[in-house]
Each structure stands twice: as C-alpha cells, then as structure tokens.
Design a protein around this ligand. Sequence first.
Ligand SMILES: Nc1ncnc2c1ncn2[C@@H]1O[C@H](COP(=O)(O)OP(=O)(O)O)[C@@H](O)[C@H]1O
Ligand SMILES: [Mg+2]
Length: 141
Amino acid sequence: MTTTPRGSGYPGYSETMYRTPETAEKARRLARLALRVWQMDDVEDGAALLVSELFTNAVCHARGECVRVIIDRPEADRVYLAVVDHAPDRLPELREAVPDDADGRGLALVEELADRWGCDLMGREHRPWGKRVWAEMKVTR
Ligand SMILES: Nc1ncnc2c1ncn2[C@@H]1O[C@H](COP(=O)(O)OP(=O)(O)O)[C@@H](O)[C@H]1O
Ligand SMILES: [Mg+2]
C-alpha cells in the first residue's frame, strides 16, 4: 500500500490489487482503514459500499490482471474513492432501474450514495492504465 502526500494535507491511500471477485473484500478494507484514520467512521459503511460497486464493476466489465484502488481526501470534508482499470474503451453507463432486474443497479446506488461520480480516461502519461471510475462523498458532521 502507498500513502501519497496531497495538497489538501491528508495523505491518500492506494493499492494495486488483483482484478478478482475475492479481492473486493480487500478493497473494502482499504476504504474502511482510511476512513477510520480520518475519524470518519460514520460514513465508513457508505464508502465501503461505493468501493465495492466500483470494484465489482471493474471485475465484471473491465479487463486486465490488476486494478488500482484509490482512497483520498481532497478536502477536509470530501472523500474520493476510485478504481482504475485497464479498459478505456468500455465506459460506465448509468442504467434505468427495472424492478425485477438484478443487474444494472450498481451505478444507480453510486448515484444515490455519492455526492458526485464520474469516469476519467487516463492520459498518455498514465498508460497502460485505461480509466478511473470515481465517486466522492461529502462528509457533514
Ligand atoms: N469499470 C467499468 N468498465 C466498463 N464498463 C463499466 C464499468 N463500470 C460500469 N460499466 C458499465 O456500466 C453498466 C452499469 O453498471 P452497473 O449499474 O453497476 O450494473 P451491472 O454491473 O450490474 O451491469 C455495466 O453494465 C457496464 O456496461
Ligand atoms: Mg455493477
């Protein structure tokens, strides 16, 4: 795991992990760890859920051996969670929720839980990584 100094003054956490369903637990643990260090325990579950959805999407819809999980605190009251994958040609699409459909709800949940979310294609300097799907939570207390 690496911790990276940021302009905000809060070191971020990131880790490269295998892109397998079993590793999702590790991604959730990283998010929980960061939030405990930042004493934001009240949003720990929400953050773990967000990371879980982003991670599972990278497992199901991206490609490559690894992903990179990033947990940051860009501002005192904002938490940034991202999963970087190797598939720049396949993008996340928010789908209309259909009552009996088990699939296609992950991003709807992200939309609901996150203050904002998005997807950034990685620039040439960050190749071979493809894109970064991220979500931000605003933490009010
Ligand atoms: N990291 C990703 N890489 C490629 N496609 C993605 C990624 N995340 C999401 N998607 C696309 O967005 C769609 C909606 O995602 P989601 O709401 O989580 O539903 P589900 O994962 O059940 O299909 C997916 O079906 C997929 O086509
Ligand atoms: Mg999904």
